[in-house]
Design a binder for this molecule. Structure first.
Ligand code: SAH
Length: 357
């Protein structure tokens, strides 16, 4: 059977069913009990999906035909499919996925091995497109086409790891979309990623990044989510930030910084600020001074990222400009990481995820 045919069949069968990927063990156990089956079956399915990484019911050899038929009635077993796969000369690989083949609803993940081979990060998407309209980000240029389901988020990791034939050491929710606008599905995917019975990745290796959705950050704190939180700060001044990020209108910088401070105090963890460096926009001595002041207020580290796309006549900073800006930041006394931007040749770097490369 050819691939397109099997994929479209799979879609047709979805009607009225629930996705088997993306459910917690508790939920699976409840559903399995409702089907009149023993709870251990739920565990078998859960481990089959995430430990053995089965990709169809046929692979579950410990489940008999009668039960499989019942399961097929209740659940759909789908996988996101790869629409495009690009490899950078620096080892970075970009994957364009579709949940429904041919739908045009594309989202991307990036495999980013570190130069020395120790760290292997997968950057995953939480939405198809984004509603935030950050001026410097390519994703903002796409039409927004909705939230990804938890199963579609976790599947990005399963698929990427399968294709590259390796396992990630770190996962960052820094692909397309605003994770806090898809809170439920993002946290569910993170839970499956973290759960020792599922993918079993340490919480400290999972980073959720937000452009500054303050109510989402407060919810994150209240729920005591165990993952790292990163905030895309990008400008140290409310007026300047408003020029490049619409979200400043909704959640103003002082309020955002209060929430960041609360995160560090309540959860007793260091927060990460991301800062896209754009010459003429947010790299002046004055900007650096303001950023230093912010950084001194709370336990944080700063990841600076040189602008990767060229919009509105903005350009990438030169090495000299970056060095000077970093020198101005030294008085902050916090760790500052100059995030190398891998995968530029395949539009896989920060802010370049816009599917059509
Ligand atoms: N919406 C979330 C998740 C996306 S993360 C957030 O904003 O945090 C994407 C990261 O890439 C953000 O830190 C963003 O500031 C950065 N980024 C976006 N466009 C960029 C560009 N053109 N060059 C470099 N970094 C960019």
């Amino acid at each position: 059977m050819n691939e397109t045919l099997s994929n479209s069949e799979l879609q047709e069968n979805r009607a009225g069913k629930i996705p088997v990927k993306g459910q917690t063990l508790e939920e699976l156990t409840r559903i399995i009990s409702e089907l009149g089956e023993k709870p251990f079956r739920a565990k078998q399915i859960y481990n089959g999906l995430y430990t053995n990484r089965y990709e169809s019911w046929e692979e579950f050899s410990t489940i008999g035909k009668d039960l499989k038929d019942k399961l097929k009635e209740k659940f759909y077993f789908s996988s996101i499919s790869v629409a495009k796969h690009l490899k950078s000369i620096d080892g970075t690989q970009k994957f364009t996925f579709e949940s429904v083949p041919g739908s045009g609803k594309e989202f991307e993940s990036v495999w980013i091995p570190s130069g020395d081979g120790g760290r292997k990060t997968i950057c995953i998407s939480s939405q198809v497109g984004c509603t935030l309209n950050c001026k410097f980000c390519a994703t903002a240029k796409l039409p927004y086409q909705g939230n990804l389901k938890a199963g579609e988020i976790i599947d990005q990791i399963l698929q990427v790891e399968k294709i590259v034939g390796d396992r990630a050491t770190n996962i960052v929710f820094m692909g397309m979309g605003e994770p806090m606008h898809n809170y439920f599905n993002v946290m569910r995917a993170a839970e499956l990623l973290h759960d020792g019975e599922a993918l079993g990745m340490g919480a400290k290796r999972i980073t959720i990044s937000t452009s500054g959705v303050v109510n989402g950050i407060r919810r994150f704190i209240e729920n005591k989510e165990p993952y790292n939180l990163a905030i895309s700060l990008n400008h140290p001044d409310p007026n300047g930030r408003k020029e490049i990020m619409d979200i400043e209108e909704k959640f103003a910088l002082p309020e955002l910084l209060d929430a960041a401070l609360e995160y560090t105090k309540v959860l007793k963890r260091r927060i990460t600020f991301e800062y896209v460096m754009i010459p003429g926009v947010n790299m002046s001595g004055e900007d650096a001074k303001k950023l230093v002041k912010i950084a001194r207020r709370l336990d944080c580290k700063i990841n600076v990222i040189p602008l990767n796309t060229e919009f509105y006549g903005w350009r990438r900073p030169t090495d000299q400009e970056i060095d000077e800006f970093l020198r101005h930041l030294e008085p902050a006394g916090v760790p500052i990481l100059n995030r190398r931007s891998p995968g530029k040749d395949i539009n896989g770097a920060c802010g370049m995820l816009a599917a059509k490369s």
